[in-house]
Design a protein around this ligand. Sequence first.
Ligand SMILES: *Cc1c(COP(=O)(O)O)cnc(C)c1O
Length: 231
Amino acid sequence: MSIADNISFFRARIDEAARQSGRSGDQIMLVGASKMNDAAACRQAIDAGIDALGENRVQEMTRKLAEHAYDGVPLHFIGHLQRNKVRQVVGKATLIQSVGSEPLLREIEKTAGQLELVQDILLEVNIGGEEAKSGFSPEELLRAAELAAQLPHIRCRGLMTIPPVARRPHQNLPYFEKVYALFVDISGKMYDNKWEYISMGMSGDFDDAIRAGSNMVRLGTGIFGARDYTK
Ligand SMILES: *Cc1c(COP(=O)(O)O)cnc(C)c1O
């Protein structure tokens, strides 16, 4: 199966899940999680019509940017972002999906201000309450949203979540439903609301995520194949 074959296979499944939630597949943004895949693979995905590419690691993103790996599609940052690396991502990524702390919000604001641009972000929700994972707890989310709304160089566009690793099929559906409910609740409270995206769902659970209301899925292995961690 080529990357193009994988994309059409997953688009069909996205269409199906979207239909089951009363929408159509073209309302779902397909982000290719291209970590550990080279610039040639990224270009194949772009040629096959991927909507955006997402990277996790700043160093890898910087290298592939220099190789023009993402030319033609929006680039998203989807990984854990350290404050000392913010300068390498702001203005380079169209959307920083993984903003999970107030210090990080403030650092992005500061850097975007210096660069005189407005950075689109998503607030990351730690919906499983996992110690090791970053992201705002559901209880912290409204305060984070209100802070983001006050920062002039940040435009919050919605929520992103990475639920716990599932041990059985459909295990994460309740988490996806909770994040959707948070999206509806908090975006409804925002004055001048610019919230549009709910980024949830990966190769193993994107259909449940879509059925729960996701409109942005991040697919890695499903599109690029298994990642080779020996390289
Ligand atoms: C790698 C990654 C994905 C894609 O995961 P797959 O299971 O390979 O589809 C999605 N989101 C984030 C944040 C990732 O790091």
